[in-house]
Design a protein around this ligand. Structure first.
Ligand code: AKG
Ligand code: FE2
Length: 210
């Protein structure tokens, strides 16, 4: 076991109790330091959340998983990806999430929408790939609605559970030197018990991809 006396550098630069973007003030609700997991409120307005759900609902498909893009019991939700800057709402959200995540939009995968019905879940996984020359380095999950019961984002290695709330987001990063810290970002989307769950996920890559 290695004993570290100093914290590693993080991508996330925001200190204090809020993040100020050009069009929005977003309170920081809680923070787990290493690996860094930050819960941020007011990342999107009700209208923006409703808009993302409306624009995606006719395009949802059973989710695929990993680089092989196969359906799998790991992930029983339905989802879709927006094209980059596909419309003004997506463009505005990508710009705002880029400010929060402190990575240019050129590094962003297309904004993904996921929809879970009761019983649907995303079992514990890492967002980075085992092998990639342009791996993912950070994630922001934006909750687009309130879930009556279940649907928490759970970090089992940290004993941390985030309850979905419309407009709130959970951010985490896994670009640490210490692989143990990256591995601790294991997370799952718990089964929805009552109601439904909608999220938007933004992943950032180490190098530009657009
Ligand atoms: O549904 C969740 O809360 C987590 C989603 C997730 O892990 C992902 O989109 O990579
Ligand atoms: Fe994930």
């Amino acid at each position: 076991m290695t004993i570290r006396t100093e914290r590693e550098q993080t991508i996330f630069p925001h200190t204090g109790n809020r993040i100020v973007a050009n069009d929005r003030v977003m309170p920081i609700i809680s923070r787990y330091d290493e690996p860094l997991v930050v819960v941020i409120d007011n990342v999107a307005s009700d209208e923006e959340c409703d808009g993302l759900m409306a624009l995606s609902q006719d395009r949802l498909r059973r989710s695929k998983i990993g680089q092989s893009r196969e359906t799998n019991d790991m992930r029983t939700s339905s989802g879709m990806f927006f094209e980059e800057n596909e419309n003004s709402l997506v463009e505005r959200m990508e710009t705002r999430l880029s400010t929060i995540m402190n990575i240019p939009t050129q590094h962003a995968d297309g904004l993904q929408i996921l929809h879970y019905q009761p019983g649907q879940e995303y079992k514990a996984h890492h967002d980075f790939f085992k092998q990639s020359d342009n791996n993912r380095i950070s994630t922001l999950v934006l909750y687009l609605n309130d879930v009556e019961e279940g649907g928490e984002t759970l970090f089992p290695e940290l004993g941390l559970s985030v309850t979905p709330k419309k407009g709130m987001a959970v951010y985490f990063e896994y670009f640490y030197q210490d692989e143990e810290l990256n591995n601790k970002t294991l997370h799952s989307g718990n089964p929805v018990v009552k109601g439904e769950k909608w999220i938007a996920t933004q992943w950032m890559r180490r190098k530009p991809i657009r």
